[in-house]
Design a binder for this molecule. Structure first.
Ligand code: MN
Ligand code: MN
Length: 296
């Protein structure tokens, strides 16, 4: 890994550490989801970077891919188990991290267990180990009372690409893919009290430009703005203004396939889901890993 690239990964990680801290501070009962997402994304921009994707705020049995829309008034509940998944990039080099909060503390043990499993998983990753060995190791750490979510995985990070090809499952798998020095990866085990499977729900206000030719002035104008996100996911909250006409145009872009709309991912048994995630540069510090997004 080139030194310049490494420094950019480290820089985006440093900003994300601040973003995590801020998110934890303000995620209290009664705080609006929108306030959390806007505050965290603004912090990233004020540091001179850009969000790598809209802040994901997924509650209870929702595991991922919900972000508040322009009109969302939802607030955090006392007992809510809220996954806060945050990404930033420095010239396309991404830091991806997630934490889980639960104001009442009722599910604190599960959150702690998830965090400890992530720490062990981060230790396990070394040049020469395979993705298959990793999955077996992580699965063996899961206490009987929980299941690991099988169809949500860690992943490689690429330049302006959040999911760069190789998936890193947290359960037994046959992958012979070998971790190498200089790999940039996100490790993210999810625990649940359900059976450990995710299905797609309704749309979650997260979009991705796919390109293509579109008709209509409003649609073309919107698609041009979407190109500014460099192939990374975006939120309608990020536009200076987002009128009713823009909303219709976005709907048409989704229908035509020029823009992809991500569905919310929910646990099939409505089991509570927790998540913990950090970004790792494998073996780059005299053979040791750098966990770019970890400060605490
Ligand atoms: Mn993430
Ligand atoms: Mn990730």
């Amino acid at each position: 890994m080139e030194e310049e690239v490494k420094q950019k990964y480290v820089r985006s990680g440093k900003v994300i550490q601040k973003a995590r801290k801020k998110a934890r501070e303000i995620a209290e009962p009664g705080t609006e989801y929108r306030e959390i997402a806007d505050t965290v994304e603004d912090l990233i921009r004020n540091e001179g970077l850009e969000p790598a994707f809209p802040v994901n705020l997924s509650a209870d049995e929702e595991a991922a891919h919900y972000s508040p829309g322009t009109g969302t008034e939802r607030v955090i509940g006392e007992d809510e188990v809220l996954k806060i998944d945050i990404g930033a990039h420095c010239d396309g080099y991404i830091a991806d991290t997630a934490l889980t909060v639960n104001p009442s503390g009722k599910h604190q043990k599960m959150i702690e267990t998830n965090r400890e499993i992530l720490e062990k998983a981060l230790e396990f990753v070394k040049p020469g180990k395979t993705v298959g060995e990793f999955g077996t190791f992580v699965q063996n750490q899961i206490p009987d009372e929980y299941n690991v979510v099988r169809n949500l995985t860690g992943h490689y990070l690429g330049h302006y690409t959040q999911h760069a090809g190789v998936s890193i499952p947290n359960n037994r798998n046959a992958s012979n893919h070998v971790f190498e020095k200089g790999d940039a990866i996100a490790i993210e085990p999810f625990l649940t009290k359900g059976s450990g499977k995710i299905k797609e729900g309704k749309e979650g206000n997260i979009y991705l430009g796919q390109g293509g030719n579109v008709r209509g002035r409003a649609e073309r104008k919107l698609l041009k703005q979407v190109k500014g996100f460099e192939g990374l996911p975006f939120s309608p909250r990020w536009f200076d203004s987002f009128s009713g006409r823009d909303k219709m145009a976005l709907k048409k872009l989704v229908q035509s396939g020029a823009v992809k709309s991500y569905p919310i991912l929910r646990e099939v048994d409505k089991g509570i889901v927790t998540q913990a995630e950090h970004t790792v540069l494998v073996g780059v510090d005299d053979g040791e890993n750098i966990v770019t997004t970890r400060s605490d």
